[in-house]
Design a protein around this ligand. Structure first.
Ligand code: APR
Length: 238
C-alpha cells in the first residue's frame, strides 16, 4: 500500500485538473452508513425493501412511511466532514482539483469547503413544496412530524433523486464535461452499482484513473491505480 500511496501522491502533485467521483463510502467515516456494505442501509430489516421506500411511486402512495424511513436513515445532520472531504477541499483551494461529482446527498463536501460539487442525486439540505415551490431547509423536515406540509398545504419534498426519477440534466452534463476534461480521475467510496452515475467513469479519457474503495468494484480491472482501504485514512496521507 505504501508504494501505491507514494505513487498517488506523485500523481496528485503533478496534476492540475483532478476530478473526484464519489459515493456513500466517502461519508462512512463521518458516521453515515452506506447502502450496500454488510452494515449498510440496504441490508437492514424494514417492512419494505429500502430501494422500494426510496422510490417515486412509494413517496406518492405512502408518504408517511417514506418520511419515517427518511428521517431515521437519510437525515444525518450531525455528521461532520472527514479527512477525505477535507483533502479534496484543500486540493480545490490549491487549484489542483477542478470539481467533485458525488452521489451523496449529505452536503459534507460543501461543509468541508468544496465549492464546485455536482450532486448527481440531490441534497437533503434542499426541500421544496410540491404546490408553491417554497424552499425549506433540512432542519424543518427533521423537526416536523409525519408528512411535512407547507403553509400553503402542499407536501414538502426533499431535493433527493428517488428511484424512478431522472437526474437533473444540467448537473449530469456538467459532471460529464469535467470528467471528460480531467487529467486525473479519482473514483472513491462507491460500489459503481447505480446508473447513470456509474457510467460517468466512461467519459474519462486520461491514463490516471485511480480507484480508492474498501471493497472490490467493477472498475478494479480498468483502473490505472487501485487502493483498497478506508478512503479517509488514505486521503489523510496525501
Ligand atoms: N473507505 C473506502 N470505501 C468505503 C468506505 C470507506 N471508509 N466505506 C464504505 N466503502 C465502500 C464500500 O466498500 C462500497 O463499495 O463504499 C462503497 C459504497 O457503495 P454503496 O453502498 O453502493 O454506495 P454508493 O455507491 O454511493 O451507491 C450509489 O445507490 O441507492 C443508491 O442513491 C443511492 O447514491 C446511492 C447510489
Amino acid at each position: 500500500m505504501d508504494r501505491k500511496i507514494r505513487l498517488l501522491k506523485d500523481w496528485a502533485r503533478e496534476s492540475s485538473n483532478i476530478v473526484f467521483f464519489g459515493g456513500a463510502g466517502v461519508s462512512t467515516e463521518s458516521g453515515i452508513p452506506d447502502f450496500r456494505s454488510t452494515d449498510g442501509i440496504y441490508h437492514q430489516q424494514y417492512d419494505y425493501p429500502p430501494e422500494e421506500i426510496l422510490s417515486h411511486t412509494f413517496f406518492l402512495r405512502n408518504p408517511g412511511e417514506f418520511f419515517r424511513f427518511y428521517r431515521a436513515k437519510m437525515l444525518c445532520l450531525d455528521a461532520k466532514p472527514n479527512a477525505a472531504h477535507r483533502k479534496l477541499a484543500q486540493w480545490e483551494q490549491e487549484g489542483k482539483l477542478k470539481a467533485i461529482v458525488t452521489q451523496n446527498i449529505d452536503g459534507l463536501h460543501q461543509a468541508a469547503g468544496s465549492k464546485k460539487v455536482f450532486e448527481l442525486h440531490g441534497s437533503v439540505l434542499r426541500n421544496t413544496c410540491m404546490r408553491c415551490g417554497r424552499f425549506y431547509d433540512a432542519q424543518s423536515i427533521l423537526r416536523s412530524e409525519g408528512v411535512p406540509h407547507c403553509d400553503c398545504g402542499g407536501i414538502i419534498k426533499p431535493d433527493v433523486v428517488l428511484y424512478e426519477e431522472g437526474l437533473d440534466q444540467r448537473t449530469l452534463q456538467g459532471a460529464v464535461d469535467v470528467i471528460a476534461d480531467a487529467d486525473m480521475l479519482i473514483v472513491g467510496g462507491t460500489s459503481l452499482a447505480v446508473y447513470p452515475a456509474a457510467g460517468l467513469v466512461d467519459f474519462y479519457t486520461g491514463n490516471r484513473l485511480v480507484l480508492i474503495n474498501r471493497d472490490e468494484t467493477p472498475l478494479d480491472g480498468r483502473a490505472d491505480l487501485v487502493l483498497h482501504g478506508k478512503i479517509g485514512e488514505i486521503m489523510a496521507q496525501l
